[in-house]
Design a protein around this ligand. Structure first.
Ligand code: GDP
Length: 296
């Protein structure tokens, strides 16, 4: 419905990796996301970080890393089910006292199916009953073998509670990202995926989109799933108003005509008219699909 602009090699530049944290319940996914966010916030910025937009960006040396802020497998599988794979790297959190549990295994399967590399974060190493070797042994059965044992999986030992090992984990993410040679076109019309939507009192429909290629700007016409729109305002993960969003940027957008589902494609169009046409066409296709499902 929309022709994507072709990339020439000279258009492609390095882009930040997009990371999802997965693992068994209570193994420390939320705590880890909080620890990463707080270690990377400059004093005085604190008010901003309470903003929840479903993703945030941190600086590691001169590089940036984007974290999807919805831990757990549902978001990951839901997005994948809608054809919206946006994760480049999975951090698998395994509590060192508990070891590999059913949802750990599930997460490994999800990541493998999606062909997304896994970094293992052995968490809760501050606990007296932490058993790091056992975790490594258990994970070896799933082909996640540490380098020291002749494998190629990157392992980090952390305590999300005490905030130890976090910097080294972030360095490891950068290392993994370098191996992946992630690149994006920064100049074409923006494309991305909706990661969450809400109706905000006073602001109307607000969606968080991850821009995957191109640069999104205020004033751009777009279509998000079946809904056309025009960017009225952009906010970054700190709630600051911005004028443009390059690739791998999570951004809150105002200017929707409907509430797009998480996982919907977001595309800037040449004109507002094109956005309306594409939206209408998709709506029609959706209706046909539903009618067929009813007949079955
Ligand atoms: P999630 O379900 O995977 O998101 O797990 P949470 O982040 O909610 O953590 C579950 C519990 O484990 C909470 O009570 C945390 O305080 C605790 N926890 C998380 N990380 C650590 C850690 O590194 N050390 C210890 N001792 N406790 C932790």
């Amino acid at each position: 419905l929309i022709e994507t602009e072709k990339d020439n090699d000279e258009d492609l530049r390095e882009r930040p990796p997009i990371v999802t944290v997965m693992g068994h319940v209570d193994h420390g996914k939320t705590k880890l996301l909080d620890a990463i966010r707080s270690t990377n916030v400059v004093a005085g910025e604190f008010g901003g970080i309470t903003q929840h937009i479903g993703a945030y960006k941190v600086k590691v040396r001169d590089h940036e890393v984007v974290f999807l802020d919805t831990p757990g497998h549902e978001a990951f599988t839901l997005m994948r089910a809608r054809g919206a794979q946006i994760t480049d790297i999975v951090i698998l959190v395994v509590a060192a006292n508990d070891g590999v549990m059913p949802q750990t295994i599930e997460a490994i399967h999800h990541a493998k199916e999606a062909k997304v590399p896994i970094i293992v974060a052995v968490n809760k190493v501050d606990l007296a009953d932490a058993n790091i070797d056992r975790v490594k042994q258990q994970l070896s059965e799933y082909d996640l073998i540490p380098e020291a044992w002749g494998g190629s999986t990157l392992f980090c030992e952390i305590s999300a509670l005490k905030k130890t090992g976090i910097d080294s984990l972030l360095e490891t993410v950068l290392l993994q990202a370098e191996l992946l040679e992630l690149k994006a076109n920064y100049t074409c019309r923006a494309e991305g995926k909706v990661i969450e939507s809400k109706v905000d009192h006073g602001r109307g429909i607000v969606s968080t989109v991850i821009v995957q290629r191109g640069t999104l700007r205020v004033g751009d016409a777009f279509v998000a799933g079946v809904y056309p729109g025009k960017v009225r305002a952009l906010f970054n993960d700190k709630g600051e108003k911005i004028d443009e969003a390059p690739p791998a940027t999570p951004v809150e957008i105002l200017g929707f005509t409907g509430i797009p589902d998480a996982g919907s494609p977001f595309q800037v169009t040449e004109t507002e008219r094109q956005a309306r046409q594409v939206g209408a066409k998709r709506q029609e296709l959706e209706k046909q699909g539903e009618a067929q499902n009813v007949k079955k």
